[in-house]
Design a protein around this ligand. Structure first.
Ligand code: URA
Length: 210
């Protein structure tokens, strides 16, 4: 699918999300937060759910956790323009409570469609809720984020070989600034993975050229 068609479908999905009433969170939200970024992104970052600022602006990670996220991205030489950033839940849970399992079940159809349309090479779930969902979706055994953060999990899908890189949620560093160096260390894995992607694209191109 070309970029124009992808963008069209992603925008159509965004419009559907904006009127969604599949769970109770539609009654308390100000705005839906569908996610944003490049439809051609090779890396998709997936957080938990919008917070207060995200609910007001309709954009992901624009509060304090977003500031940390931007620092982490920058430390790995990346920008928001080249990635896609979204959440498990597209609406804010009241008082930023944890997502409930029926809310996750009602909402993940949209995330599944985003993954299918954007077709990223790397999925980076941030925090326990996102990592649990992505591990289950791709039939990987459940593990706590403390045991798997920053590691690379290769997966085989009908759309080719992909990687899952679970990460600590950036909000962790808003409670404990001492965690920032560890979060930054985990993000360095993307430098290596991006290089790998460049090599893979080169070798595919030379195979086509031969
Ligand atoms: N935390 C999240 O998980 N997502 C956001 O968009 C903001 C904070």
């Amino acid at each position: 699918m070309d970029s124009r068609e992808k963008a069209l479908r992603i925008n159509r999905l965004r419009d559907q999300i904006s009127v969604c009433q599949r769970c109770r969170l539609c009654q308390t939200r100000t705005n839906t937060v569908p996610g944003e970024g490049s439809v051609d992104a090779s890396i998709m970052f997936i957080g938990e759910a919008p917070g207060h600022n995200e609910d007001l602006q309709g954009k992901p990670f624009v509060g304090r956790a977003g500031e940390v996220f931007d620092q982490l991205l920058q430390s790995a030489g990346m920008t928001r323009q080249e990635i896609f950033l979204c959440n498990i839940l597209k609406c804010r849970p009241p008082d930023n409570r944890n997502p409930l399992s029926d809310e996750i079940r009602s909402c993940v159809g949209s995330l599944d469609l985003q993954i299918k349309l954007i077709d990223p090479q790397i999925l980076a779930p941030m925090g326990n809720f996102a990592a649990t969902y992505i591990f289950e979706k791709f039939s990987l055994p459940a593990q706590k984020i403390t045991a798997i953060h920053g590691k690379i999990f290769p997966i085989h899908t009908p759309w080719g070989e992909k990687r899952i890189v679970p990460l600590f949620h950036p909000a962790v560093a808003t409670y404990d600034a001492g965690k920032l160096p560890e979060l930054k260390r985990d993000f360095q894995v993307f430098q290596k993975l991006k290089q790998e992607l460049v090599e893979r694209t080169k070798s595919t191109k030379s195979e086509v050229g031969n």
